[in-house]
Design a protein around this ligand. Structure first.
Ligand code: NAP
Length: 330
């Protein structure tokens, strides 16, 4: 069976806020672009209940913002290919990128990677059930919804400890639950947490289940050293046990940092491979917000447009050179 092959100037992979912004800018620039999405558009927006930190919009549901961004991108003419799950990516010697998907082969000189990632899950009963109803993976996004509530934070890395300190702005109390008694978080963050009167610690302990009714009310815990079980009444649980970027597809070609994120040129968002750009949660950077994803994607798309122009000019030049050779050879 022959695979459908389609040519574009820019292929964008992943329709979260970064990908949808790239599609919007590509459309407005009149680029011949396509946005590939395996599932539903929205990315992490779909896992976020309410958004109150997107400038200009006082408050909006994650699903609603995803819908508006998708419509806005499509209205400017960028094609959105659904069900196009990317299987592999190859770079040809002339710089052309070939993106093999479950919906056919896409080719373009410029590729913008915006496939995002996912917070690592605890995989305990109640976690999926109470997502958005007391289970959160983002303190900046959801902290303000827990005013004067006792919260649990799970994890022992920089993210867990830093976010626990942040959450004390709202919560009545924050209990950090960690599976060991040694924390990998930096000493300065540990110092901030230990001296914060609202923070206490439960160590050598794992969460076995998350219980509640309409929302989270209680955690069932187990001490991994003694085996003792206990319950903790909380109104919410913030889980920070790592983040997994979707960067496996172009592992072989593109430079990554230790966490697996793509390293990009801050001026252009270009990766170590000419013509491959990255934006949003797949990119190595300080923070992962909707606003930063949107900013990265704007830069990446404008840079990609310029890059495509140069690539085409370069190819015309080399074709002209080739013609010269042929003419002089004749
Ligand atoms: P991380 O450093 O990988 O820490 C993950 C934490 O979660 C570890 O304490 C780990 O426990 C725990 N954990 C993993 N799987 C678990 C499970 N199934 N159940 C219970 N606990 C589990 O991840 P991160 O904190 O998200 O940080 C990621 C990177 O970003 C790091 O390089 C970090 O330095 C950086 N970062 C820096 C800052 C900052 O500098 N201010 C802020 C945030 C993040 P163990 O310790 O037992 O393995």
């Amino acid at each position: 069976m022959s695979m459908q092959v389609r040519d574009f100037d820019i292929v964008i992979v992943g329709a979260g806020p970064a990908g949808l912004t790239a599609a919007l800018y590509a459309g407005r620039n009149k680029e011949h672009a396509v946005l590939l999405e395996g599932k539903a558009p929205g990315g992490q927006l779909l896992n976020t209940e309410l958004i109150e930190d997107y400038p200009g919009i006082a408050s909006i549901l994650g699903v609603d913002l995803a819908e508006i961004m998708t419509k806005q991108a499509a209205d400017f003419g960028t094609e959105i290919a659904y069900g196009a799950d990317v299987q592999s990516i190859h770079v040809r010697p002339d710089g052309m990128k070939e993106i093999e998907t479950t919906a056919g082969l896409y080719r373009a000189p410029a590729l913008i990677l915006t496939a995002g990632g996912n917070p690592r899950k605890l995989d305990v009963p109640g976690e999926a059930e109470f997502a958005g109803r007391g289970v959160s993976y983002c303190a900046v996004c959801d902290g303000a919804f827990f005013k004067e509530v006792h919260l649990a934070v799970v994890g022992g890395g920089d993210a867990a400890v830093e976010e626990a300190v942040f959450l004390t702005r709202y919560a009545s109390k924050v209990t950090i639950i960690h599976r060991r008694d040694h924390f990998r978080a930096q000493p300065i963050l540990m110092e901030q947490a230990r001296t914060n009167p609202k923070i206490d610690f439960i160590t050598d302990t794992v969460v076995e289940s998350i219980e509640g009714d309409a929302s989270v009310q209680r955690l069932e815990l187990r001490n991994v050293v003694t085996g003792a079980q206990s319950s903790l009444d909380v109104g919410g649980i913030f889980i920070f046990v790592g983040f997994i970027p979707n960067t496996k597809l172009v592992d072989a070609h593109v430079d990554h940092d230790a966490g697996g994120y793509y390293v990009t040129n801050p001026m252009t968002m270009m990766t170590s491979v000419p013509g491959i750009f990255a934006a949003g949660d797949v990119r190595s950077q300080l923070t992962r917000q909707i606003t930063t994803a949107v900013g990265d994607a704007t830069t990446a798309t404008i840079a990609a447009s310029k890059w495509v122009e140069e690539w085409k000019r370069g190819r015309e030049d080399s074709e002209a050179e080739l013609e010269d050779v042929m003419v002089s050879g004749a």
